[in-house]
Design a protein around this ligand. Sequence first.
Ligand SMILES: Nc1nc2c(ncn2[C@@H]2O[C@H](COP(=O)(O)OP(=O)(O)O)[C@@H](O)[C@H]2O)c(=O)[nH]1
Ligand SMILES: [Mg+2]
Length: 308
Amino acid sequence: MPQSPVSAAGDFDAARLCESKLASHTTVSVCLPARNEAATVGEIVSILRRDLVDRCPLIDDLVVMDDGSSDDTASIAADAGARVVPAETVLPELCCGTGKGEVMWKSLYATTGDIICWLDADLLNFGSHFVVGLLGPLLGRPSTGFVKAFYRRPLGDDPNGGGRVTELMARPLISSFFPQLTGIVQPLGGEYAGRREVFEEVPFVEGWGVEIGLLVDIAERYGLGAIAQVDLGVREHRNRPLIELAPTSMAILQIALRRAGVTVEGLGHELVRYVDGAVERVPVEVRERPPMIEIPAYRAKFGRELTA
Ligand SMILES: Nc1nc2c(ncn2[C@@H]2O[C@H](COP(=O)(O)OP(=O)(O)O)[C@@H](O)[C@H]2O)c(=O)[nH]1
Ligand SMILES: [Mg+2]
């Protein structure tokens, strides 16, 4: 299998990408799934609006998918220039998924672009090179269907201490079950872009397993040669306390095992742990949505047909 091509954000220039985007009549959506990100979402949207909408129209559709935030995420994002879509208003008849992956799946329906670029909304050191870098390989190479970002991930004073779920769970799983994917530097990163016709053909895991699921499924369906990687430098985000990472890790474990074909009778769907001497059971979401192309309302909206 061919290796995944690698570039860096600095290899691409926003104005040039704009020209090739317009020449190829390609449209681009950038989408931030967000829940309670009032502290960071405004800055990210403002930078994108300034650099990649007003200064150079690389982004046609800038969307924040708000998943029931109880803070001011929605109004801050709208004031900064995003189209804010409340997640519960998208395909409400297809009740009732939960989690980040669910909202990303719905964003396939809610966005308009031929290319979709997702960014986490808790990024602290955001710059428009994130989007320029992710779009570069897609606008330059028709054979590229999916672009994954990679970066150095600090944690406090440790320049490489971030990405704890990646190092402790995803890499051991990928090395064990999907050694062909070990060249993907940041398999769980929340910043990636791809073609609508790729994303609509694969299932979406509803919760935290969405990234590992997409990576395994897209590599299997399109081959590693269709997956490019781009170096975005350094990524800083809200680092969660260790205890919050355990349910995330459990979802990733279960999706990796499922994709590896391992079935376990009586598989648990709650993380059981002890907090201050009391038992706590945390539900872990691992349900999946079918490929969006299978949803009739989606096919009607985008003029798509089911492929054999
Ligand atoms: N839709 C939705 N998005 C979420 C949820 N939880 C987190 N997010 C968003 O998903 C992105 C990644 O979440 P984050 O907490 O940073 O995860 P981490 O980077 O793995 O620690 C951020 O943009 C969050 O706002 C959720 O329950 N639903
Ligand atoms: Mg984060």
